[in-house]
Design a protein around this ligand. Sequence first.
Ligand SMILES: [Fe+2]
Ligand SMILES: [Fe+2]
Length: 151
Amino acid sequence: MQQQEIVAQLQYFYSLERQQADMYTSQGRQQADRYLAEVFRAFADVEQLHAERVATLLRQISGSATVVGGTLGQLTGRATGWTSAMTGLANLLRLDIALERKAMSDYQHFLLRAGDPPHLAVLWTNLVEEDLHAAWMERKLARLPHGRERK
Ligand SMILES: [Fe+2]
Ligand SMILES: [Fe+2]
């Protein structure tokens, strides 16, 4: 994989992680349930750490971390909007889980296409932590009264 493509992919992940951080911050602020608010706030902290890890890689490889318009902008915007519209926790979790799975899939494909180089290994940590987010939300969803429907 060309250096230029690696930089472009890292810029995409940087943008994605920043958006995830903003999204969970917003979702956390809108939760009436205290514990749920803390979970989303903790998720936002982890997403911010993910963005910082990617920014460090970008600085090492290209000398700067540029924010680019991410393709997930519309989706994460919707996730935030759904919370304010109070359409229900189950639907919010379904969308969040879908976004986490998309991030995992994008990281995995990128790492394997790039030949899994050691200097990008920290991205596996991001991927695993997305898996933990998804797993927590899947458990929460399964325990909601209507969580098992339309899964
Ligand atoms: Fe992340
Ligand atoms: Fe995540």
